[in-house]
Ligand binder design. Sequence first.
Ligand SMILES: Cc1ncc(COP(=O)(O)O)c(C=O)c1O
Length: 375
Amino acid sequence: MDKAEYTTWLEIDLGAIRNNLRQLQQITKKPVMAVVKANGYGHGIVEVSKAAQEAGVGWLGVARIDEALAIRRGGVQCRILVFGYTPPERIPEAIENGISQSVYDPQIAEAYAGQARRAGGVLPVHVKFDSGMGRLGLFPEQGVDFVKWLNRQEGLQVQGIFTHFARADEPLLSTTDWQIGRFQGMIDELQALQLRPQWVHACNSAGSLYFPQGYFDMVRSGIAVYGIDPSPEAPLPAGFRPAMSLKTTLVSIKELPAGYGVGYNHHYFTQKTERVGVLSVGYADGFRRRLGAEAILRGNRVPVLGTVCMDQCMVQIDSVPDAAVGDEVVLLGSQGAVSISAEDLGREWNTSPYEVVCGMSARPERIYVDHSSRE
Ligand SMILES: Cc1ncc(COP(=O)(O)O)c(C=O)c1O
C-alpha cells in the first residue's frame, strides 16, 4: 500500500534491519539469533523475520508460541526458539511447526515429553538457566543432574542451553562476569561428561557488543537489530541504523487569538495570536499522552501544545510559515537534518527506548521501505 493512503504510519526500514544483523555477525563472528518477540519490538514480526532470514540469520527468538506460529505462517524457514512458557497442550503444534521450546522446570518438561510422545514426535528443547537474573531458569548448580534427566525423557531432545544477563548494559562489569563464570562452570562440567548440547548461548545485544567472553555458540540480539542503543552506557558502535520512524500528517492549520486554551484541560494558552496545526497522531498510536512533546515539520522542531489527545495533537507552527495541510510530520525518526530518536523519546517519557518501540500500537500501518541506498 502507498503511504499516501494513511494519515499516520510507522515507516520500517528493512534495509536497516538487514544491515544491523550483518554488523552483529561481523562483530561477534558468531551465528546471531534475531529476537523478534513483541511484534519484532513493534516493527512487525513477519517482515522483520523475513529480513533476518535474508541477512543469513539461522535463528529467531520469541516469547510466546503464537509469535512462532505467526512467523511460520509468514513462510519463514529459520529455526525458532520460544523463550517463555508454552502450555503443554500446545506442544504438538510446536513439533508440527519445527519450533524449539525452553524448559526450566522438571514437571513442565515431563508434561512436554508426554505430549510429544502422544503426538508421535520429538520436541527440541533449550534448557534455561538462571545465572543471576532471578527470572525463569534452574540454577547452574542443578544443571548436570537436570540435563542427565532430560536426556532420559523420550520425546525431548536437548538442543541447547542458555542463560540471560541482567546488567550487561551497565558500566558495572562484575555481575555479567559473575553470570558468565557461573554458566561457564556448568558448561565445562557438561562438556566433561559429553553432555554439552550443540547450542550454548547467553548474550543479549549489550553482551554481544561488550562481552565476547560470553559468546559461546550464538548471540541473541534484539534491540541492536532495530538500531537502538541497549543503554546510554552501552551504545551501539558506528554502522548501525535505526529502523523505525513514526510519521503523521498536518491535517489543519488555523490562527488562535491570544489567551486561547488548547486541548484537554487547557494545559496551554496562546501567548499572542499563534498559528496552530493539528496532527493526526495521538496516544492511541503510541505517541504518549504527555506535555512537552515535539514534532519535526519541514525540517524544523515544533512544540506540541498541551497534552497529546487519543487521536490528535496540536503543534505551534509560527516558526514554519510555509507549512501546509498535507505536510508529512515526523515524531520519531529524521526529516532533513533534524531527528528525534527512540533514545530521545525514552528519556523524555522517562522510560527505555525498548518501551518506546514496543509501545507503538497496532493502529498505525507499518510501511516497509529499504533506505540502504542512502548509506
Ligand atoms: C531471553 C532473551 N534473550 C535475548 C533478548 C534480547 O535482548 P536485547 O533486546 O537487549 O538484545 C531478550 C529480550 O529481552 C530475552 O528475553
